[in-house]
Design a protein around this ligand. Structure first.
Ligand code: FE
Ligand code: FE
Ligand code: ZN
Length: 293
């Protein structure tokens, strides 16, 4: 089999009755060779017990289909907010959820958990960063896994932290378990935060200088509904937003990003998943005008 260095896929669902087996089948149906999934609903921390999720069957199917399990990604639920400790109950619940998600990720044989840094909710970004770093240390001392957390770059909605490379660097600096931390670069989010993705070489240079490219564990490949600096976070289909196809094609095939999983989180259109077409176009470099219409 031809060895490819491009790992590309999308987020996929995990629902009853097939659970992880269904996720793998969905990824295969898009022509993916990696994917991202949530181990339950993205919006809440209610989680089914692992033994109901058909993990072993799914892993067998992965192997048969030639997937490299180490390229798969889990995304933590959105409700976690460890960047604010003015409500200690919520902060502690967030830490417990992080520990549980790290363990669940490990149970699938996956090595990377994407986490939104969270919102400082009025405490100020600096205090938010300290709260999160402390929470991560508490989680890492209790989880007992070697799963890494990839802190996602955020768009700068509301009181979000992690909207500049400097803030991400600062979270890592304040954490005592630096070997467990990496970054998830989201193209929609960095555009909305004010980075010009058209100058992607410059962005990677900046990323390397501030954080270090060795920390980059996963890229979220999304177009955006909003112009640069809008602080909105609304994803758009590839080629239909402000970034455009050529810019995103360059991101996906950038020589410095070889081997890094590229994950689409673009919206459904007419209730249809766009991923098969988007993956095909991003592999080939041929944009089919009006593919969504
Ligand atoms: Fe995310
Ligand atoms: Fe994302
Ligand atoms: Zn987003």
């Amino acid at each position: 089999m031809e060895k490819t260095e491009l790992y590309i896929g999308s987020h996929v669902s995990m629902n009853a009755p097939d659970f992880f087996v269904g996720s793998v089948k969905e990824a295969i149906s898009y022509g993916s060779n990696t994917f991202m999934f949530y181990t339950g609903a993205p919006q809440n921390s209610f989680r089914k017990p692992l033994n109901e999720l058909k993990i072993e069957e799914g892993r067998k199917l992965l192997k048969e289909a030639g997937f490299d399990e180490t390229k798969l990604i889990v995304h933590a639920p959105y409700i976690i907010n460890a960047a604010n400790y003015t409500k200690p109950d919520l902060w502690e619940m967030s830490i417990n959820t992080i520990v549980s998600e790290l363990r669940r990720t490990a149970a699938f044989g996956v090595k990377t958990l994407v986490l939104h840094p969270g919102s400082h909710v009025g405490m100020g970004a600096e205090n938010g960063i300290l709260a999160l770093a402390k929470a991560l240390d508490l989680a890492f001392t209790t989880d007992g896994t070697d799963v890494k957390i990839a802190l996602e770059t955020m768009a700068g909605k509301g009181h979000e932290i992690g909207i500049t490379f400097e803030e991400i660097r600062s979270i890592i600096d304040h954490c005592n378990h630096k070997e467990r931390l990496g970054v998830c670069l989201d193209t929609c989010h960095i555009n909305d935060a004010g980075y010009n993705v058209e100058n992607f070489d410059e962005i990677l240079k900046e990323f390397d200088k501030v954080i270090g490219l060795d920390r980059l564990l996963v890229v979220h490949v999304n177009d955006t509904k909003n112009p640069i600096g809008a602080h909105k976070d609304r994803h758009e289909n590839i080629g239909y937003g402000y970034l455009g196809f050529d810019t995103l094609y360059k991101v996906v095939h950038h020589p410095l990003l070889k081997g890094i999983p590229m994950i689409l989180e673009t919206p459904y259109y007419n209730e249809k998943a766009p991923y098969k077409q988007e993956i095909e176009m991003l592999r080939s470099g041929k944009f089919i005008k009006g593919w969504r219409d």
